[in-house]
Design a protein around this ligand. Structure first.
Ligand code: PGA
Length: 304
């Protein structure tokens, strides 16, 4: 019992010093690694030997040797520090990495892109709580300005704000029509052949709409009879039902789309567009947000 109490008088610091000396069999080398003065190392060793009531080293000539007790203590110290390392890792995880909250703000069209990546990420970080905000460009821009989320995905990042952006991947915008449309089987469609079509457009504030308006302005194109519909899903359903044609992200066509939609091969299309990952400049990301950012970049590849 007395011996046990002595063992517990050893401090972690003494054991750490002892381990460094025992592994190098040199007080000088251990002192250098530990950034301690040599006499400090010798004092810690002497206190440890006293606490354990045992000799830990033998000096023969200039060489240092571990005694049997020293060997025993070295094995135990290694085990002990391994356990402590594991504890440290778990505490770090609790503090953020796998138990944290990941807040994402993505524009509506990016909802076809991000969940497919979020799924596997959450599988490997099962304790992460995800807050996934979806809105049009104007809504997500407001969240970014108010610093409400960790990471954002835009195709038209608000460059007037102080942000860091990273290219993720392409997001071409294409003309869609119902599959029974007279132009649906054509290899090539001229823009003027679409004159008289009714266009279904996203609402003001939508990045898709913003991109289309910019494109039309630059190319001198006009969209006749536009009808505003504030949802990609509703636009797709309306196009499929024969209400008109639309310009949407190609991703919207390949995800959750009614079967009877086609892309028309219109001259000058697709409108080139890209997805960007956006972070407010200087924002201190949580470990989990940092991990998701790296995951996105490595999966989408553009900037990896
Ligand atoms: P939105 O998304 O049309 O849903 O706003 C695209 C974007 O921001 O570019």
């Amino acid at each position: 019992m007395k011996k046990r109490l002595h063992t517990r008088q050893a401090t972690f610091r003494q054991l750490e010093v002892f381990r460094e000396v025992a592994e190098r069999l040199s007080v000088t080398d251990a002192a250098r690694v530990l950034h301690l003065a040599q006499p400090t190392v010798s004092t810690q060793l002497a206190r440890l030997a006293q606490a354990l009531d045992a000799q830990l080293f033998e000096q023969i000539g200039k060489k240092l040797y571990l005694t049997d007790v020293g060997e025993e203590l070295l094995t135990t110290s290694r085990e002990l520090f391994e356990v402590l390392d594991r504890l440290e890792m778990r505490l770090a995880q609790r503090a953020g990495l796998s138990v944290g909250r990941l807040r994402l703000g993505v524009v509506t069209t990016a909802k076809y892109l991000v969940p497919g990546l979020l799924g596997p990420f959450c599988k490997s970080h099962p304790q992460v709580e995800v807050e996934f905000q979806v809105g049009n460009r104007a809504e997500i821009r407001r969240r970014l300005q108010d610093n409400l989320d960790d990471l954002y995905v835009f195709s038209h990042p608000p460059r007037e704000l102080d942000i860091e952006l990273t290219l993720l991947t392409e997001n071409p915008l294409v003309v869609i029509a119902p599959s029974e449309h007279p132009l649906a089987r054509r290899k090539r469609v001229r823009w003027d052949e679409l004159a008289g079509e009714r266009w279904l457009m996203r609402e003001q504030g939508s990045g898709t709409r913003h991109a289309i308006e910019r494109h039309c302005e630059a190319q001198g194109l006009r969209l006749d009879n536009p009808i505003t519909i504030a949802s990609n899903e509703a636009i797709k359903e309306s196009v499929a039902a024969g209400l008109g044609v639309a310009i949407l992200s190609r991703l919207a066509l390949t995800h959750m789309a009614p079967g009877n939609l086609v892309e028309l091969p219109v001259d000058g299309f697709p409108i080139a567009n890209s997805w960007y990952l956006v972070v407010p400049r200087g924002k201190q990301l949580s470990p989990i947000a940092e991990a998701f950012k790296h995951y996105l970049l490595s999966e989408l590849g553009a900037a990896a």
